[in-house]
Design a binder for this molecule. Sequence first.
Ligand code: CO
Length: 135
Amino acid sequence: MLLREVDHVGIAVEDLEAAIEEYRRAFGIEPAHRERVEHQGVDEVLFGVGTSFIQLLGSLGPDTPVGRFLARRGEGIHHIAYRVDDVEAALAALRDAGVRLIDERGRPGSRGTTVAFVHPSAMHGVLVEVVQEGR
Ligand code: CO
């Protein structure tokens, strides 16, 4: 495989609007993208950092992955996403390496990407995502 770059670092926040404002004020940067991903229960905002992004994640409710993360662990780094050329090939390589996966197949992410998640138990406690541009 083929980890090309860090695509984004996802940060779970309690109050997305307040967090956006703090990032604006602290770094003098504007959001590059904003999207609600209903099936994942998140509102997300991306700030560009070089060719990567910082992704602020607000939950759409307590019974969502980010909502449960916030209740359990509070605000902080939620996942790290690596850019790959081909999510299905990345999943096949991970499977061959015996790595525990959350997603057996790629699924739609924001910005028209295809994404899949690797189980944190296989990644020293860090939720890892692989991201491919396009579907
Ligand atoms: Co992500």
